[in-house]
Ligand binder design. Sequence first.
Ligand code: SAH
Length: 276
Amino acid sequence: MKAAAELPPLREVIRAHGLTASKALGQNFLFDEQLLDRIAAIPGDLSGCAVLEIGPGPGGLTRALLRAGARVTAIEMDRRCLPALAELGEAFPGRLRVVEGDAMKLNHAELMAEPFAVVANLPYNVGTPLLTGWLGGEQWPPRWTSLTLMFQEEVARRIAAKPDTPAYGRLAVLGQWRSTAKLAMKVHRSAFTPPPKVMSAIVHIEPAPMPEGVSAAVLERLTAAAFGQRRKMLRQSLKSLPGAIEALEALGIEPTRRAETLQVGDFVAVARELTN
Ligand code: SAH
């Protein structure tokens, strides 16, 4: 058994366990321990906190989270990574639980007995549906206390985008109507092995109070319609949504405006009218 201080460098772990990055599994590993420590610091002080990590892979970020004092539950679907993660668990006795499986199919809240922070560097095609699931539930505040997630930079910018910018859309409203979403750190593509084609960035999201009288499902339908045809005026794009034009008028929002000119709070107000 190895003590935490004597963990071998990550590149050695990869070599010893034959962990070549799989393209099919969207694997881009992080090896720079200083960078990983900085990522693990984004959620704030984690000592004694429960953390859910998705896609630990060879365990670079997992290590950093454990070093920061967290108790980690990690969901990984690549069985090849399990022996390396088991070794890591031995170095931090009782602090790492590895769950083998597909994070898209597991019920995260059921897995966690207490409130938890989510921290993950995972494939973009998995990250976005997980994010919309975490942000979209009717139950608020959610069981998670924060989300710290790596995305391709363009997606990260969309989540944290402000009105009247090209990046502003459904993801921005979803990320900001009852949470705060911040672009916490840019990560250069060369930090990954193998390097992905595009730059990455980490988004940090914390739940905020939920506006009263608004259904998440109604808001989702509203933004889907409004941004589904983002170039069109709202009176056109919201035609298919019963009551929407009347709601705009009741709120004094000109139906000739386009979706991207509305503040997040405007969408909330329209959704409230539609929910009533
Ligand atoms: N977090 C590690 C590994 C990143 S690669 C690091 O930063 O170095 C992404 C990891 O997510 C891989 O190990 C891959 O096997 C895992 N993964 C991909 N899809 C997954 C899913 N649906 N559920 C759980 N893990 C998944």
